[in-house]
Design a protein around this ligand. Sequence first.
Ligand code: 5AD
Ligand code: SF4
Length: 435
Amino acid sequence: MTDAKKLFIKTYGCQMNVYDSERMAETLGVQGYVQTQIADDADMILLNTCHIREKAAEKIYSELGKFRSLKDAKPNLKIGVAGCVAQAEGAEIIRRQPMVDLVVGPQSYHKLPQMEAQVQAGYRALDTDFPEEDKFDHLAKRPKAKRGPTAFLTVQEGCDKFCAFCVVPYTRGAEVSRSSERVLAEAADLVERGVSELTLLGQNVNAYHGHPGGLAGLIWQLSEIKDLKRIRFTTSHPNDMDDALIEAHRTCEKLMPYLHLPVQSGSNKVLKAMNRKHTRESYFSIVDQIRTARPDLLLSGDFIVGFPGETDADFEDTLDLVRQVGYGQAYSFKYSARPGTPAAEKGEVDPKVAIERLHILQALLLKQQYAAQASMVGRDVKVLFEKKGRKEGQLIGKSEYLHAVHAFAPGDMLGQVVPIRIIKDMTNSLTGELL
Ligand code: 5AD
Ligand code: SF4
């Protein structure tokens, strides 16, 4: 018997890519590949890429450069590029990077088996189509192996919002929801294999319409799976936070009190130029409604500074919004012009000014994040233990609010949701004790 072929996958970017990489590994597993963590050992290297900002995309080309000598030493090594850079620049990658054997866009992963065969036969394979069918239905099933306590589950892909800065509507295509039957079947299977917490993924997840009751309807139905203990979802658009979803935050015990609700800017002028289709006032109003429904909710957000035309006064509006809303966690980025997006045509803010603004915003967001974490000390939370800690007898997991918590606890509590009192703030995590 010949040895199994080895697959090394490197994942960049968002959680959806993490999920996609898992599914690609499973599909190639059916083709006889086992995963390796060591690139040097691999028969196939697959880079699952991100195109959201210039830096992310550039990384791929420098990464490919690093694999060149490996390919020279091992001519049978196959190199593939998947994900959003593949979608956006696929043909160019094939033209410019002779070392790349396979380029597959995010909507074509179910074609991987044929493409792999093509590559093994000595050809190069490129597929960046947007087929009609649900690719996940055509991907080989997850093997019945036991799983850790948390899992991602993609329920929606693509986006119809067309924010002026964003490549997602082009790389991931129009908004598509998977049917709730398929999602429920996959969720039930994951739970059977040990998953207690599901994070439902979508680029605009709360626009989900694969269930007559929308995302809220799906959440309620998932909550009926007995051994599923926790449900989360990400990423949301403020305009799609409908009443049913807000109500679910009030009454669905399995839905965690954490919400990632990007606003991008606090200036109405910039929001308009970004084509966000909401105002700072409408954002405040939604946040108010959600917090009324779920007062302990921890809010997270995304921000872009230095969007074309952003003045000091606009940036002040962003700082003011952050002060008023109060975030427990946030991501902030310097605007990066992406080819093909409407904003890329506009004149850019001086990069020095943009960096300065980014530092100011990040300092404020970090202060809020630390304050939110420090405020947990003395509170009782529920922790889903995910793995062993560094110290003997210690377990690490996440609270309802996604704070990392470690505590001394018996090993059989792994995978369980356990009441914990927070006793100390350790900056990057919280220390707790069993109640
Ligand atoms: N430049 C900077 N940040 C961006 N994002 C999306 N596109 C860009 C861009 N062109 C950020 C947004 C989004 C997050 C996933 O990435 O804040 O919410
Ligand atoms: Fe991109 Fe999100 Fe805007 Fe859609 S809603 S275009 S994914 S930033």
